[in-house]
Design a protein around this ligand. Structure first.
Ligand SMILES: C[S@@+](CC[C@H](N)C(=O)[O-])C[C@H]1O[C@@H](n2cnc3c(N)ncnc32)[C@H](O)[C@@H]1O
Length: 304
């Protein structure tokens, strides 16, 4: 299918969709580093610009619009969580583009905080807005560990299907492939990587010198080698803190490569930018593996 991608970031979701055989016909992000990373690894059809200045008629027609609209305002990790946060309105650009392009499907990813924001009124408003635009909307709360990602990552996936689609064209949401007993551990995922700082086989296998102190709150808890990784986050606790997930050796922060592997980016995927930017691009991403599973479900419809 032809896909338009908004808020594309480094392209975790888009690479997964591409791996499932789809074409990214147009993509956009405001962050120059993320766009450079995207071009180096996913495709060149990406424009670096603020979504607010993009005219819809410059975006090609497509079958699917995807996008993880920014979630800082929605994130439970943000102490200033507030329905009036201006960043929440970025989703309205997503809504406008879906309304104008009228694709068969849209897929939006967000943090689970979106469900409880303003006592659930925000998500109800989002559902109502897309209904008005002509879409049946499904909300799926997922833990990426249940899909074979070596990480606890609870996210909300909003699926929109145009309300004139025949039942045979309905997108079936991917079923979980793993349970608590078969979750992939962080040690299984990154245990074979070279030592931190050794980039001879794995680019970006470097990490900031951020001193790990286990303080038992988000991103500062000890990491259990036999469990999936804690959520790889883009930022800290809303006070601007660093989200330095400790390696399970307890001595240091995960390297950029280790974080990327936990987000199921391929080992040869190169991140461009300063260290903080690379960590942020990775923390922002939809795991590539999950993107591929969604893409496979879209491909199944094509074959019918
Ligand atoms: C959650 S991330 C998306 C990650 C992506 N889905 C992936 O899988 O890698 C949200 C992205 O929105 C971008 N963004 C924020 N404000 C924007 C704006 N006004 N215009 C375009 N992009 C914006 C950020 O730079 C960030 O990369």
């Amino acid at each position: 299918m032809n896909i338009v991608s908004l808020f594309s970031g480094a392209g975790g979701l888009d690479l997964g969709l591409k791996q499932a055989g789809h074409n990214i016909v147009w993509a956009n992000d405001i962050d120059a580093d993320a766009v450079a990373t995207y071009k180096a690894n996913v495709c060149h059809n990406i424009i670096c610009a603020d979504i607010a200045v993009i005219a819809t008629n410059t975006i090609p027609d497509c079958d699917v619009v995807v996008g993880g609209f920014p979630c800082q305002g929605f994130s439970m990790a943000n102490l200033k969580r507030n329905a009036d946060d201006s960043r929440n309105t970025l989703y309205k650009y997503f809504l406008k583009i879906v309304s104008d392009k009228h694709p068969l499907y849209f897929i939006a990813e967000n943090v689970k905080g979106i469900l409880s924001l303003d006592n659930g009124k925000t998500i109800q408003r989002i559902i109502a807005d897309f209904k008005t635009a002509g879409y049946d909307v499904e909300i799926h709360k997922v833990n990426m560990a249940d899909y074979g990602v070596p990480q606890h990552r609870e996210r909300v996936i909003i699926i929109g299907q145009r309300n004139d689609l025949s039942p045979s064209k309905h997108l079936k949401f991917p079923q979980p492939t793993h349970t608590k007993d078969s979750w992939v551990s962080i040690k299984t995922a990154i245990g074979d990587l070279p030592p931190a700082g050794d980039t001879s086989t794995d680019p970006n296998n470097t990490g900031s010198n951020y001193k790990v102190t286990i303080r038992n709150f988000t991103a500062h808890r000890a990491t259990d080698p036999d469990k999936p990784s804690p959520t790889i986050l883009a930022r800290g606790n809303g006070k601007g803190g660093v989200c330095a997930i400790p390696h399970y050796n307890g001595l240091r922060r995960l390297t950029i490569r280790e974080s990327a592997v936990i987000q199921t980016f391929p080992r040869d995927f190169i991140f461009i930018g300063k260290m903080g930017s690379c960590y942020r691009q990775i923390g922002n991403a939809v795991p590539v593996l999950f993107g591929k599973m969604l893409g496979e479900k879209l491909a199944e419809i094509e074959k019918q």
